[in-house]
Write a new protein. Structure first.
Length: 394
C-alpha cells in the first residue's frame, strides 16, 4: 500500500517500520517485516496478513494490562453507550481525579489532557505562571512541541529554542551547576526519572534540593513510569516528590488520556492562563482510566510487571554474557528494558529476525511487559531471541 496519504508512513513516528526494524534493503533480509496491524489482544498482535506476534512494544508502553483488557473494554463500551461526550463536565472527570489523588497521595489536584506532549507542556506553563520566569531545563524526551525543541528542528523559532536547555541525566555535579547557572531565570526543571537506567538517589535528591533553592518548579515526566514501576512511578518508589507530575500512557491502558497533577497552589495557576481541550473530558478515555486504575491497584499489577520483567531482564543479561560480540549491554529496568547492540546492523538484523519468527521486540528503548505476559511467554521469547542471535552471529 502506498504511504503517500500519510506523510512519513504513519502519524506516530516511532511506529515507522524503519524505526522499529531498521531500513530495508540490506543483504540477507529473510522476509518483509510487519507494517500495519489489524487487531491486538493480551500480549499478542495480528498484522494485515493475519500473522500473529508476541509483542513487547505494547503500544510504546501505553498498555500495561494487555491489549483489550475486559474490564477496561466494558467501561469504555458503557461510556460509548452513554454518548461519549456532552456539553457539561462529566461526573467521571471528578471521580477519576479523586481516585488518582487517593492512589498517589502527594498529588493534591489534577487536570486532564489527551496526550503526554500536551500534559508536559501544561506542567511547564504552570511552572512559568508560578515563577514568572521563562527558562526551562529538561532531561529526556518530553514530546514534539516547540518549548522543548532546544537542539534543532525546522519550524521552531530561535527565540523559543533559546529558552530550553538539556540537563545531564544522573550527573549530580553537572546538574547542580546547570541549575545554579540558570539562577533566577529558571522557571522549571522537567526530567524523565528513568533514561536508559535507574537514577541514583543522590541525583534525585539534588534535583529536589537545587530546584527548591532556585525557587523553580520540579516536574517529573512519569508518562512511561507511572502505573508501571509503581502506581506513582519513580517518585513513589524513591519517596522523592516533585512539585508537579505528568501521567500518561498506561493511565488509560491505551485510550488517549494524560494528566498533570501535583501541589494545589501550582495547579490553581490554570486560572491565570489557558489550558483546555474540547475532548480532554470525553468520557470513554476517562472511564477506561478509572477501570484501569481499579485493576492496577486491586491486582498489584506493578508487582506482576516487576516479577515478570525481572525474569526478562535476567534473561537479557544472560544473552549478553553468551553473545558479547553482538550485545554491548542491557538498558532499562525490569518493567521496561532492552538490549544494547554493538552496531545498527546487528540491532536491525535481530529486530527483523525476531519479527520473521513471530516476536515484536524493540531494538531500542524500551520493551515493556504487561499483565498479559507470563513466565512461560517470557521464556519462549528469550529462547527465540537466542535462536536469532545465533543466526546473526554466524
Amino acid at each position: 500500500m502506498s504511504d503517500w496519504r500519510v506523510p512519513g508512513f504513519t502519524s506516530t513516528g516511532s511506529k515507522r517500520p524503519e524505526a522499529l526494524f531498521g531500513p530495508e534493503g540490506a543483504e540477507g533480509d529473510a522476509a518483509p517485516v510487519p507494517e500495519r496491524a489489524t487487531r491486538a489482544a493480551g500480549c499478542r498482535v495480528w498484522d494485515a496478513s493475519g500473522r500473529e506476534y508476541v509483542d513487547y512494544i505494547m503500544a510504546l508502553g501505553a498498555v500495561a494490562l494487555g491489549y483489550g483488557h475486559p474490564a477496561v473494554n466494558r467501561a469504555a463500551c458503557d461510556a460509548v453507550a452513554d454518548g461519549v461526550v456532552g456539553p457539561l463536565a462529566p461526573v467521571l472527570e471528578e471521580e477519576l481525579a479523586e481516585a488518582l489523588c487517593d492512589a498517589i497521595p502527594w498529588i493534591e489536584s489534577v487536570r486532564f489532557l489527551k496526550s503526554g506532549a500536551e500534559a508536559v507542556a501544561a506542567a511547564v506553563r504552570l511552572g512559568r505562571v508560578a515563577t514568572g520566569r521563562d527558562r526551562v531545563l529538561g532531561c529526556g524526551y518530553h514530546g514534539w512541541l516547540d518549548w522543548c525543541q532546544g537542539g534543532a528542528g525546522e519550524g521552531v523559532p530561535a527565540v523559543i529554542r533559546a529558552l530550553y536547555g538539556e540537563l545531564p541525566f544522573n550527573d549530580v555535579d553537572r546538574t547542580r551547576t546547570a541549575i545554579r547557572d540558570a539562577g533566577d531565570r529558571l522557571a522549571v526543571v522537567v526530567v524523565e526519572p528513568i533514561v536508559v537506567m535507574e537514577p541514583t538517589r543522590e541525583w534525585l535528591e539534588t534535583l529536589r534540593a537545587e530546584t527548591t533553592r532556585a525557587g523553580a518548579v520540579l516536574v517529573f515526566d512519569e508518562i512511561k513510569t507511572a502505573f508501571r514501576v509503581a502506581v506513582g512511578g519513580v517518585a513513589e518508589r524513591a519517596g522523592i516528590h516533585p512539585d508537579l507530575v505528568v501521567l500518561g500512557k498506561a493511565l488509560a491502558n491505551g485510550f488517549p488520556l494524560a494528566a498533570v497533577g501535583g501541589r494545589a497552589d501550582l495547579m490553581r495557576g490554570v486560572a491565570r492562563t489557558w489550558i483546555s481541550s474540547t475532548l480532554a473530558t470525553e468520557a470513554v478515555a476517562l472511564a477506561a482510566a478509572r477501570a484501569a486504575l481499579n485493576v492496577i491497584v486491586a491486582e498489584d499489577v506493578c508487582g506482576h510487571l516487576h516479577r515478570v520483567g525481572t525474569r526478562l531482564l535476567h534473561g537479557l543479561h544472560a544473552l549478553q554474557h553468551r553473545h558479547p560480540n553482538l550485545i554491548s549491554g542491557v538498558g532499562g529496568v525490569a518493567e521496561m528494558c532492552f538490549l544494547q547492540f554493538v552496531d545498527e546492523n546487528v540491532s536491525r538484523a535481530v529486530a527483523r529476525g525476531c519479527a520473521v519468527r513471530g516476536l515484536l521486540f524493540k531494538r531500542t528503548a524500551y520493551n515493556f511487559v504487561s499483565l498479559a505476559h507470563d513466565e512461560a511467554t517470557v521464556d519462549q521469547s528469550l529462547a527465540l531471541l537466542e535462536e536469532v542471535l545465533h543466526g546473526v552471529g554466524r
